[in-house]
Ligand binder design. Structure first.
Ligand SMILES: Cc1cc2nc3c(=O)[nH]c(=O)nc-3n(C[C@H](O)[C@H](O)[C@H](O)COP(=O)(O)O)c2cc1C
Length: 191
């Protein structure tokens, strides 16, 4: 797959097949973050891998899916849940604001997984206090995002963003996601 094809198809996935993400993909996710660019090469991003089924099950109720959809459409059912979570953590002992570094790490890790057919959902709507406790994250480490991973059981299509769609994704008649994106003309101009 070309990089542009990978970027076009590496969408957010929210329903998954019930099969584990293999260790080589977990290794790639970690390596993709290890190799990420960071301001002043400070490398403040840390990961906590949650891959044991009992631990994955304990994380499931602590993340919130698809704010634009009613839960019966957007929240995965028991047989559609992700099979891996990775917590993205910042080490606050390292000076500087790593917000951009975290974004780069999120992009790299989700792309690395997708290169092997593993879909993902970056999750900011998470129960941070309970997850912090559950995952044993202690100061100066601070939980920032959870990322859900698994083999997708649906497709996701880019559609033009119009006055009718706005930015809200929706499901089509096959329960596939349709994700409105702005046009190239809207997002870039030549001087
Ligand atoms: C920083 C960030 C936080 C997000 N948080 C959530 C979340 O809590 N729950 C969820 O279902 N999706 C979440 N998403 C996924 C977005 O809804 C998704 O990226 C967006 O709708 C565009 O879809 P696309 O990723 O396929 O382009 C998040 C994405 C990002 C980048």
């Amino acid at each position: 797959m070309s990089v542009m094809d990978t970027l076009a198809t590496r969408r957010t996935y929210r329903r998954f097949e019930q099969k584990p993400v293999p260790q080589d993909v977990v290794d790639d996710i970690i390596e993709a973050v290890r190799l990420s660019s960071s301001g002043a090469n400070r490398q403040a991003v840390r990961l906590v891998v949650v891959n044991q089924p009992t631990d994955v099950a304990r994380v499931q109720p602590l993340v919130k899916w698809a704010a634009y959809l009613p839960p019966e459409q957007g929240t995965p059912k028991a047989d559609e849940l992700p099979t891996l979570f990775v917590a993205v953590v910042k080490n606050t002992a390292i000076p500087g604001d790593p917000a951009t570094d975290i974004g780069i790490a999120l992009a790299n890790m989700t792309l690395a997984a997708w290169d092997k057919g593993v879909g993902s959902c970056i999750m900011g709507a998470i129960n941070k206090p309970v997850l912090t406790e559950l995952l044993g994250i202690e100061a100066p480490q601070q939980l920032v995002y959870m990322v859900a991973f698994g083999y997708p059981s649906h497709k996701s299509h880019i559609v033009p963003l119009t006055a009718e769609t706005g930015v809200k994704y929706y499901l089509d008649e096959n329960r596939d996601y349709c994700v409105p994106k702005r046009s190239k003309e809207e997002i870039a101009r030549y001087l």
